[in-house]
Design a protein around this ligand. Structure first.
Ligand code: NAP
Length: 247
């Protein structure tokens, strides 16, 4: 197989849907997970049983040493052509003045430091500057980068704003080296992330405020990610697709 993709946080939610779709599109799929080994192995089995090629790799992508080891493990499988920086966490809804410094550190480490660390490693492998064959990167941001998520998680929204700025900057930095870097900005997608924010039913609570009057499916995000990675998006870099029902 000549197309190898690494999806961070591919064990559940949007990452898992992206892994399944990437396999259908002919990628060899490397799934990174942190705590959900069984869920990651389920996705791997599903892909391999359908004739695809997939493997799972445990790593906390907010740790530089673990990220380096992750990319070295992926190297042993194939030459990386696509990266999806999908990992993102949020914590319990609260106002800014209640947020402890330790929480802020966790949010920024998981959501934006991880993105820097993984992108660094991908550039070293993909860039024609270092003898690579080029590639494509998609960063999974959020429309919270535009709204700021007041009263819920301004910290999370801030990390996603940083991710968008990172996408713009790095896209231009590596544009002449065969690497495209784009972002998707989902919102209101049915996954477990809302439970970690303390409100599992959040999407249904607010769906009437969404112009399309419904929440989104993980597959709808995966389709946009795979399109941005594909040759069909060959002239797109430093750009974003909002997947938020019109919000
Ligand atoms: P999710 O269902 O909570 O899944 C999160 C995934 O990230 C899991 O696979 C988890 O792995 C992994 N993960 C978390 N921290 C990690 C770490 N340090 N190292 C490696 N893996 C880690 O979340 P989701 O809703 O699919 O969200 C995916 C992305 O979409 C996030 O960036 C999120 O901010 C963004 N997003 C989601 C929505 C939405 O409505 N769902 C809206 C806007 C943006 P383990 O379970 O193995 O630990």
């Amino acid at each position: 197989m000549d197309k190898t993709i690494l999806i961070t946080g591919g064990s559940r939610g949007i990452g898992a849907a992206t892994a399944l779709l990437a396999a259908q599109k002919g990628y060899q799929v490397c799934i990174n997970y942190w705590k959900s080994k069984d869920a990651a192995l389920k996705i791997v089995d599903c892909i391999n049983q359908q004739g695809g090629k997939s493997a799972a790799f445990q790593a906390d992508v907010s740790s530089e040493t673990q990220v380096i080891a992750l990319f070295e493990a992926v190297d042993r499988l194939g030459s990386l052509s696509a990266l999806v920086n999908n990992v993102g966490i949020l914590e319990k809804q609260m106002r800014v003045e209640e947020m402890a410094a330790e929480r802020l550190q966790r949010i920024f480490n998981h959501n934006i430091l991880s993105c820097f660390l993984c992108t660094k490693e991908a550039i070293k492998r993909m860039s024609t500057r270092y003898g690579g064959m080029g590639g494509a990167i998609v960063n999974v941001s959020s429309i919270a980068a535009r709204t700021g998520a007041p009263g819920e998680y301004v910290d999370y929204a801030t990390s996603k704003g940083a991710m968008d700025t990172f996408t713009l900057g790095v896209a231009k930095e590596v544009a002449a080296e065969g690497i495209r870097v784009n972002g998707v900005r989902p919102a209101f997608i049915y996954t477990d992330i809302h439970a970690s924010g303390g409100e599992p039913g959040r999407v249904d609570r607010i769906k009437d405020t969404i112009p399309m009057k419904r929440g989104g499916k993980v597959e709808e995000v995966a389709q946009a990610i795979l399109w941005l990675l594909s040759e069909e998006a060959s002239y797109c870099t430093g750009t974003f697709i909002d997947i938020s029902g019109g919000k």
